[in-house]
Design a protein around this ligand. Structure first.
Ligand code: GLP
Length: 261
């Protein structure tokens, strides 16, 4: 089972993750960080940036792999995940842009982008820690419900719900692409540590399914139950539909301090 940590709020949950990642980078300067987009990890990125700057942590060898990318947006479009990661992660943290990757199909066609990305991840030595958000329908990366739990990086069609959810970043829904390239669920499960964050009531159903529901491609986030080291960091609202909430809280409060996440 994933470790479920129910924090007071997004700031506290993000700070637990940021502290952990910062320490990992100190221990392993060429740490391979799996990056998520969306609004969920933004507070984590801000806090990690602050820690890196305050403690002057050397991040010049950190490698990064984004989970996904839209198909059809030029790289320099402000909403391409390439641009978003550059703006929210690479520039503020001072990472080396040459070591940060998005599955953009730069080398070859969109059909070969998945295979190429899988090779790049392998060459980097695999992802050490994958940051994840979750869609209201339980999608991770852009693996919409129905995605094979063994899937690899590939092109996917976004659901209308995801396009509507993400329309807030664009002028209108018509500008939201229909397709994306996303790491598969099988790819994500190969990261050594999964850290999924979710905040707010709109994520409560997806989280209940992810943590306590049946493992099913109908709820891609439930694949976390198959992973030997997964951490789910929540605020009170996202945790509100968990049946064993009190136990998770109790376990966390009584956790030996040496254990980390
Ligand atoms: C997008 C991203 C996902 C992200 C999800 C949730 O679909 N591809 O990686 O988890 O949005 O977004 P938010 O964090 O804004 O709720």
């Amino acid at each position: 089972m994933a470790e479920v940590i129910i924090a007071q709020n997004q700031e506290q949950a993000s700070s637990i993750a940021a502290e952990h990642i910062a320490q990992k980078i100190v221990n392993k300067p060429d740490f391979v960080l799996g990056l998520a987009t969306g609004s969920t990890p933004l507070a984590l990125y801000k806090q990690l940036t602050q820690i890196i700057q305050e403690r002057q942590i050397d991040v010049s060898h950190v490698q990064g792999f984004a989970l996904d990318e839209y198909v059809g947006l030029p790289k320099d479009h402000p909403e391409s995940y390439f641009s978003v990661i550059r703006k929210e992660v690479v520039d503020p943290m001072g990472l080396n842009p040459d070591l940060i990757h998005t599955p953009s199909g730069d080398f070859g066609t969109v059909e070969t982008a998945g295979e190429y990305y899988e090779t790049q991840i392998k060459i980097a030595g695999g992802v050490d820690l994958q940051i994840l958000g979750v869609g209201q329908d339980g999608h991770i990366g852009f693996n919409e419900p129905g995605s094979s739990l063994a899937s690899r990086t590939r092109i996917k069609t976004l659901t209308q719900k995801t396009r509507q959810d993400n329309a807030r970043f664009f002028d209108s829904i018509d500008q939201v692409p229909h397709h994306c390239v996303t790491q598969g669920i099988g790819t994500i499960l190969e990261a050594r540590h999964l850290v999924l964050l979710a905040f707010g009531e709109t994520k409560a159903d997806a989280i209940a399914g992810c943590v306590e529901g049946s493992i099913s491609s109908s709820n891609p986030a439930s694949a976390l139950q198959l992973h030997p080291h997964a951490t789910v960091l929540l605020d009170q609202a996202a945790a509100s539909k968990l049946q064993h909430k009190d136990y998770y809280q109790y376990a966390f409060e009584n956790k030996p301090s040496w254990q980390g996440i």
